[in-house]
Design a protein around this ligand. Structure first.
Ligand code: DSN
Length: 406
């Protein structure tokens, strides 16, 4: 990982400069297994700190409320065209500040308050914005949830279909944040069509895998697709909404002026860079390696006696059930953090614990794959995880392995 721009920030603001140096070194010294994080390229980061951060550009290319946006229009249009081409979409809105506002924009475009939505249960791998009761969408709309079957721990598509027939939702949401298996978007599309519902696929976690051709795409079937741009897609923190042309006007209106003001054009420029990078052949190789690495990590953990939810992984992440190891997910994440391995505690399906003290941990491979880890390093990481969970001090070995990466 590149070093911090020590000079500039430290000269102007030594207090913050010091914190940035510490954080950058920390990221280099540790093994990051958070599946939703990545390491953005120097070009993406340069775009984020470019002159575009100075701009206001309410509106859309060619229809702005402020003068002086000729070049900004070209930048945003470039990001739009690249997003459409990469995902084979009819329309793209690149202005959402992040995934949660993108999902809220889609709900507000397609639904009235109180309308019924069918989405994946957060406790089974869904997302807060997929109608968790503590979230605004969960309060504003009538969410009904599908989940995974107890036996296979994979999405129960028959249950999903039954719930759709019973509740006649106006919208079905597919996509997950803690689901280690391939999502059958075609099956969910069929259900949506059968009950006359819209289908929104939230592909935030797997967008990079889709672009790289290692996970099926919900496009062009789904009516709307949302994705963050900073996870496996390896761009800046932001989001994109892709949709059919027939929905473009309501989606655009819902984003601006419905929910947001001035778009973050520096972020949009960084998205354009990331989309360009993702269109290169090297990105396919990167995403293939993400999946191989997840499978190597999974295999080695299974060999070491760990139970994985659903028995393994098809994608970039795995969920480890620690119930038999007499250690909670919370304690496990703390022990791993002490060793320099960063992950998050996570609910497992049918967990008897709570979100703050669940029975599992979630591990992912996108960030360390970017830093050059292959199967061998992930197998080694599995052993270090095992030793750290047993209470051994492996921090020196972890640091050594992390520093081997770029
Ligand atoms: N917080 C993200 C994740 O870690 O999956 C989802 O928004």
């Amino acid at each position: 990982m590149e070093t911090v721009p020590k000079n500039l920030i430290s000269q102007i603001d030594p207090e913050l400069g010091k914190l940035l140096v510490v954080e950058t070194q920390y990221q280099a010294d540790t093994i990051n297994l958070i599946p939703s994080e990545n390491v953005a390229s120097p070009a993406v980061r340069a775009a984020l700190s470019s002159a575009l951060t100075n701009k206001y550009a309410e509106g859309y290319p060619g229809k702005r409320y402020y003068a002086g946006n000729t070049t900004i229009d070209q930048v945003e249009q470039l990001a739009i065209e690249r997003a459409k081409a990469l995902f084979h979409a009819e329309h793209a809105n690149v202005q959402p500040y992040s995934g949660s506002p993108a999902n809220l924009a889609v709900y507000s475009a397609l639904l009235e308050f109180g309308d019924t939505v069918l989405a994946m249960n957060l406790a089974h791998g869904g997302h807060l914005t997929h109608g968790a009761s503590v979230s605004f969408p969960g309060k504003a709309y009538n969410f009904v949830h599908y989940g995974v079957s107890k036996e296979t721990e994979q999405i129960d598509y028959d249950e999903l279909e039954k719930l759709a027939q019973e509740h006649k939702p106006k919208l079905i949401v597919s996509g997950a944040t803690a689901y280690p298996r391939t999502i059958d978007f075609s099956r969910i599309q069929q259900v949506a069509e059968a009950v006359g519902a819209y289908h929104m696929a939230d592909i935030s976690h797997i967008a990079g895998l889709i672009v790289g051709g290692v996970h099926p795409s919900p496009l062009p079937m789904a009516d709307v697709v949302t994705t963050t741009t900073h996870k496996s897609l390896r761009g800046p923190r932001g989001a994109i909404i892709l949709c059919k042309i027939s929905l473009s006007a309501v989606i655009d209106k819902a984003v601006f002026p419905g929910l947001q003001g001035g778009p973050h054009e520096n972020t949009i420029a960084a998205m354009a860079v990331a989309l360009h990078e993702a269109a290169q052949p090297a990105f396919n190789a990167y995403t293939t390696q993400i999946v191989r690495n997840a499978q190597a990590l999974a295999d080695e953990l299974i060999t070491l006696g760990y139970r994985l939810v659903s028995g393994g992984t098809d994608n970039h992440l795995l969920l480890v059930d620690l119930t038999d190891h007499q250690i909670s997910g919370k304690e496990a994440a703390l022990r791993l953090e002490a060793a320099g391995i960063i992950c998050n505690k996570n609910m497992i399906p049918y967990d008897t614990g709570t979100p703050f003290n669940p029975s599992g941990i979630r591990l992912g491979t996108p960030a360390m794959t970017t830093r050059g880890f292959t199967e061998a390093e992930f197998r080694q990481t599995a052993h270090l995880i095992d030793l750290a969970l047993q209470g051994q001090d492996v921090s020196a070995e972890v640091r050594q392995l992390a520093l081997l990466a770029c």
